[in-house]
Design a protein around this ligand. Structure first.
Ligand code: GLU
Length: 547
């Protein structure tokens, strides 16, 4: 019996060959091709978004092709909605792949783009390897493999199925065939020709020229339960046939690169370029560690969605950790979009991880929101509220125009206010502009220097009876507040007050605070003049009567 008989026994129905597939998916004539290849795990890690951006930008920079491939070979873990979640996340961020597959509809000629639909293709490649003696069925049981690991650990040896420990590689073809015919379960392993003691040169676009040990492991390429390939083998087949030119993937895969190199060599395929991206890390006390889904809510994209960060803030913050010169570039080119930026691998952190900082994101986000028009903030916050906050949605629905006017206070000016970091903050910043909210909240008036309620009422009565006129412009309005100060023994000029505080009951800031707190209950609000105009005299008076 020959290897070919073995290959036919294992894959009797596979008739297409590697060459057939090579012809079906021809070379793309030098075009740059990138892909993001998430596994549907039920959440989108921020690291996946980070890599997506690198893929997307490299493709955009080079007039290339960006693909989305779903890596669902680990079907135990797969969650049905998890696939939709990936599409939605990219949609939300307006990152539209050139090639992908959604609800059975394929865009692009190099699919299927979902690994579980590529079984036959993988089998053809595995069949080829078996027929040339570079892959074989392994019948070792889980217990045997556990024992092997324990023994290797005990002897302080490298663990794994390699060299003399790769028991099944020594079975004769007849023995293999008999075992299969007897129905013994098996996986398919690659037959390595490597020598761990030997080094080879490996170029990574981020890390530069490296010397790595050759692979000598007979690693699994096809699993027994679902007959799907492992990551290593799927990477070879998919990225070869999809003609991927740049493999952008997390640094955790670098240690597997020797396996991939040996696989590509076994088929005589040219290696793609590898771009191993740094892990996203954060500061935790005095140490720096990897962002973890378990410990850090900000590790998943839904965190940002739930809070309502504008999407461009997330993109900006990731771009700043993708390339160290991004911020400088964007400051110099404020009108350009991030896809205009030219990515360079050598500007990517090559050791120690990419340092991610929520505070920085917060500052970026505040800045971005402050530059939006009120109607844009209205639109985006409404979209957010429709998914995440019934109560904000209800407030907006009452009167969009009024809501927009509230948002417009101290906006659309040279130094706009920067108090909104994400949309879920808005309700907390504006609730007092709605009478029912103002009435029903347990108002803790934030009085400051003036706390005597008799004095407070006196100030307010005189002010509203004799001074306040809703038609006044801002200067007139403020001058009147000052006149009130002079009349009641408060300094209308802060400098005068500072020189001789004993001559006054207080100053103009104290009077403004009384008016502000009476109307809003808060001592710190955006422009009081604008707030008063928006509320109107009747509503203001009703609030004052509540004191
Ligand atoms: N499915 C792999 C992952 O999620 C993809 C790695 C790669 O991009 O090759 O880590």
């Amino acid at each position: 019996m020959t290897y070919k008989d073995l290959a036919d026994l294992i894959f009797p129905n596979i008739t297409k060959t590697v060459e057939d597939y090579e012809k079906m998916y021809p070379s793309r004539n030098g075009r740059v091709v990138t892909r993001v290849a998430p596994s549907p795990t039920g959440f989108m890690h921020i690291g996946t978004m980070y890599q997506t951006l690198v893929d997307y930008i490299i493709a955009k920079n080079n007039d290339g092709i960006f693909m989305l491939r779903i890596e669902d070979t680990d079907q135990k873990r797969e969650v049905k909605e998890a696939v939709d979640l990936i599409y939605e996340a990219l949609d939300d961020y307006k990152i539209i792949p050139d090639e992908y597959e959604k609800n059975g509809k394929m865009v692009g000629n190099y699919g299927p783009y979902v690994q579980s639909e590529r079984k036959e293709i993988y089998h053809a490649f595995i069949k080829h390897l078996i027929s040339i003696g570079r892959a074989y069925p392994c019948f070792c049981t889980k217990e045997e493999l556990d024992e092997l690991r324990v023994m290797q650990d005990h002897k302080k040896q490298r663990t794994g199925y390699y060299g003399k420990y790769a028991k099944c590689r020594n079975l004769s073809v007849d023995e293999m065939i008999n075992n299969i015919k007897e129905g013994k379960p098996y996986v398919i392993r690659f037959k390595s020709m490597g020598d761990f003691e030997r080094k080879f040169k490996f170029h990574d676009e981020v890390k530069g020229d490296l010397e790595l040990s050759e692979n000598d492991e007979d690693f699994v390429i096809m699993k027994s339960d679902n007959l799907l390939p492992t990551y290593h083998f799927a990477h070879l087949v998919d990225d070869r046939l999809m003609r991927t030119t740049h493999i952008i993937r997390g640094e955790e895969w670098l240690s597997s690169a020797p396996k991939h190199v040996e696989l590509f060599n076994a088929f005589g395929f040219e290696l793609p370029k590898y771009v191993h991206t740094p892990l996203i890390v954060k500061k935790d006390g005095n140490s720096i560690r990897k962002l973890s889904k378990r410990k850090d809510p900000e590790a998943t994209m839904s965190y940002y969605d739930n809070l309502g960060y504008p999407r461009e803030a997330i993109i900006e913050s990731l771009m700043t950790i993708i390339n160290s010169n991004y911020e400088e570039w964007h400051t110099a080119n404020p009108d350009k979009v991030y896809t205009d930026f030219v990515y360079s691998a050598d500007k990517m952190s090559s050791s120690g991880g990419a340092f991610y900082d929520l505070e920085k994101l917060g500052n970026l986000s505040k800045d971005i929101i402050s530059k939006k028009t009120a109607s844009k903030v209205c639109e985006e916050s409404y979209e957010w509220a429709s998914k995440h906050s019934e109560s904000l949605k209800e407030l907006i629905d009452r009167d969009k125009d009024y809501y927009t006017k509230i948002l417009n206070i101290e906006r659309e000016q040279e130094k706009p206010r920067k108090d909104i970091v994400y949309y879920s903050m808005i309700e907390d910043l504006i609730w007092y502009m709605y009478d029912d909210k103002f009435e029903s909240r347990n108002k803790e008036y934030e009085w400051k220097n003036i706390t005597d309620i008799k004095e407070i009422k006196n100030i307010l009565n005189i002010y509203f009876d004799e001074y306040y006129n809703p038609n006044d412009d801002k200067d007139t309005w403020f001058n009147k507040v000052k006149e009130l100060c002079d009349r009641l023994g408060y300094a209308s000029n802060i400098k005068d007050y500072k020189k001789n505080p004993e001559n006054y009951k207080g100053n103009v800031a104290d009077i403004s605070t009384v008016i502000r707190v009476a109307i809003t209950s808060k001592s710190n609000t955006p422009d009081l003049y604008e707030i008063m105009k928006l509320l109107g005299l009747d509503r203001i008076k009703a609030r004052i009567d509540m004191l």
